[in-house]
Ligand binder design. Structure first.
Ligand SMILES: *[C@@H]1O[C@H](CO)[C@@H](O)[C@H](O)[C@H]1NC(C)=O
Length: 327
């Protein structure tokens, strides 16, 4: 691990960053997973067969029919993979930033974007299968509710409901195994293109926006921005980027949802999906779940920034003091 440090000479060591990122991820998932689940369900609803009217309605119905833990279906996938995902992203971002800066000091905005973009491309190796598994688990309750709802599905359509995964597949490992068995590694990487289309622009917007917002809060070029400033910068940059790339997120969710409800169309690829949504549901469909996504991403990124700022990882790795009070 130590041999990495010359590469990541910018601030703290990679292990310390990883601890920060890992803790931030776990706290974040616990706080916002229910809204993430609502997002997936709202994005998958087609006009005319809505089970949920709004974010709050979806939360209430989920708790009623699936219990409090129902809101956390699929959370184990995120909790397990959040640290490796962060590791790849952070390492890649540091690596590219280091190689793009000549004198080890500041980066131009364009280079910041390049580094963020390259980091986003490395991250999808983990993100895509992670989202793939998560979405099947999150959406299962919506499909069940749709089947129960009278009037939506004529009884004879039930049998023809497009079910790619068997109903027995209930855990993430079972789904992964079934996908690998039936479709090979490609099965887990369905939606890779859409994930890239979402995450690369996300990074291009997020990283420089955060860096520049955060810079505004620095008392001088030597000092770090205060605690609350980094938090707000993370929230603002994260939710702005999240809403901007929401159309790609809708497409990604649709492509990755293997089990469809009755009358729910299938898509052959990104372009087909974009055009079918546009024609059948109108342009506003691309904003489905955007509010949820902003509510998910803002705290996730805010918490990350705070963890970095406090330096729990640095504290654990080298007993350096926690920066709880800004001076
Ligand atoms: C779960 O992980 C995916 C993939 O990184 C991410 O897009 C999503 O926001 C995460 N959800 C939560 C609640 O952390």
């Amino acid at each position: 691990m130590l041999s990495f440090s010359p590469l990541f000479a910018f601030s703290s060591s990679l292990p310390a960053k990883l601890i920060n990122g890992g803790i931030a991820g776990i706290v974040g998932v616990t706080c916002v997973f229910p809204i993430d689940l609502v997002k997936t369900r709202l994005q998958n609803q087609r006009p005319g067969q809505q089970v949920y009217k709004s974010m709050i309605d979806c939360l209430i119905k989920t708790v009623r029919s699936e219990g409090y833990f129902g809101m956390y279906r699929g959370a184990a996938v995120n909790l397990t993979l959040v640290t490796p995902e962060k590791a790849i992203k952070l390492a890649a971002n540091d690596f590219f930033r280091h190689h793009l800066s000549k004198d080890g000091r500041g980066l131009t905005v364009v280079k910041e974007m390049l580094a963020g973009c390259a980091a986003g491309m490395c991250q999808v190796v983990i993100t895509t299968p992670m989202e793939m598994l998560k979405i099947q688990l999150q959406d299962a309750g919506r499909l069940a509710a749709q089947q129960r709802k009278p009037g939506i599905i004529p009884p004879n359509r039930l049998a023809t409901t497009n079910t790619v995964l068997s109903q027995r597949a209930i855990s993430a490992t079972q789904i992964a195994r079934e996908l690998l068995h039936t479709q090979g590694i490609q099965g887990l990487y369905k939606g890779l293109g859409a994930t890239l289309l979402r995450d690369v622009p996300f990074s291009i917007i997020y990283f420089p926006l955060f860096a520049n917002l955060n810079k505004l809060g620095k008392p001088s070029s030597e000092d770090a921005a205060p605690f609350y400033w980094s938090f707000i910068s993370g929230c603002v940059a994260g939710s702005t980027a999240a809403v901007a790339v929401n159309p790609c997120d809708v497409v990604k969710t649709r492509l990755q949802s293997l089990n469809k409800g009755a009358n729910e169309e299938t898509y052959s690829g990104i372009i087909d999906c974009f055009s079918k949504i546009f024609r059948r549901e109108g342009p506003s469909a691309f904003l489905k779940g955007a509010g949820c996504r902003a509510l998910v991403i803002a705290p996730l990124f805010g918490i990350v920034q705070v963890m970095y700022f406090i330096g729990v990882g640095e504290f654990i790795m080298s007993q350096s003091p926690l920066k709880l009070i800004s001076d």
